[in-house]
Design a protein around this ligand. Structure first.
Ligand SMILES: Cc1cc2nc3c(=O)[nH]c(=O)nc-3n(C[C@H](O)[C@H](O)[C@H](O)COP(=O)(O)O)c2cc1C
Length: 182
C-alpha cells in the first residue's frame, strides 16, 4: 500500500466483526511499534494485549458511557493497551533534558500511529481511545508505579467503514518562517 494512501485512508473504526486475528498478523502490527522512532532510541513503550472477554469488558467500563468507542472495546477480538515507562524518554542521567519533562506521551503517540497504520495495512481497524479513567485501567491491568497507561485501541476486522472528518486547510496550520502575528 502506498504510504500517503495509508495515511489518508486510515479511519477510526468503531464497529468490529468478532473474527479472530491470526498471531502472524498481530506480530506484524507489533513490529510497527518496535520500529517506531523514540527519544535516543529509549523505546519506553510497553504493550498489553487483552483477549479475555472479561478483561475487555472491565476496560470498557473505564470509558464514559458516552464515549463513541465504548461498545467497540468488547466487540473487537482484542484490545491493545499502550503503556509507557516513566522517566526514560527525554531524560539524561536521570534529569529531564528539556522543559517538556517526560517525552513518554510523544513516543507512545508515535508508536500508536505506527500501530494504527500497520493495522490498516493488514485490513484491521483501530480507534485510538484516550478518554477513559487511566488510574482504573492501571489497576485492572496491574501496571506498576514506574509505568503508566497512555491510550488503548480495539483491534479487529471492521464491520463498517468510518467517514473522514473534515481536516483544516494548509493555510490554517502551515506557517512560513515565523508564527503569524495576530
Ligand atoms: C489521542 C487521541 C484520543 C482519542 N480518544 C478517543 C476516544 O476516547 N473515543 C473515540 O471514540 N475516539 C477517540 N479518538 C479518535 C478521534 O476522534 C479521531 O481520530 C478523529 O476524530 C479523526 O478521525 P479519523 O481517525 O477517522 O481520521 C482519539 C484520537 C486520538 C489521536
Amino acid at each position: 500500500m502506498d504510504l500517503m494512501e495509508a495515511i489518508k485512508g486510515r479511519r477510526s473504526i468503531r464497529k468490529f466483526k468478532s473474527d479472530p486475528i491470526q498471531e502472524e498478523v498481530l506480530q506484524k502490527v507489533m513490529e510497527a511499534v518496535r520500529w517506531s522512532p523514540s527519544w535516543a532510541n529509549t523505546q519506553c513503550w510497553e504493550v498489553i494485549v487483552v483477549k479475555d472477554p472479561h478483561g475487555k469488558s472491565e476496560l470498557a467500563k473505564t470509558l464514559a458511557k458516552g464515549n463513541p468507542a465504548f461498545s467497540s472495546m468488547t466487540e473487537a477480538p482484542l484490545v491493545i493497551v499502550l503503556c509507557g515507562k516513566k522517566g526514560i524518554s527525554g531524560f539524561k542521567k536521570g534529569e529531564a533534558a528539556t522543559v517538556k519533562g517526560d517525552w513518554l506521551m510523544f513516543d507512545t503517540g508515535i508508536a500508536m500511529q505506527s500501530l494504527c497504520l500497520a493495522a490498516y495495512g493488514q485490513g484491521l481497524g483501530t480507534v485510538v481511545v484516550g478518554l477513559f479513567d487511566h488510574k482504573k485501567a492501571e489497576e485492572i491491568l496491574g501496571v506498576p508505579q514506574n509505568a503508566e497507561v497512555v491510550a488503548m485501541t480495539p483491534l479487529g476486522y471492521p464491520a463498517s467503514e468510518g467517514t473522514a472528518p473534515k481536516r483544516k486547510e494548509f493555510s490554517e496550520f502551515v506557517f512560513y518562517e515565523k508564527y503569524p502575528e495576530k
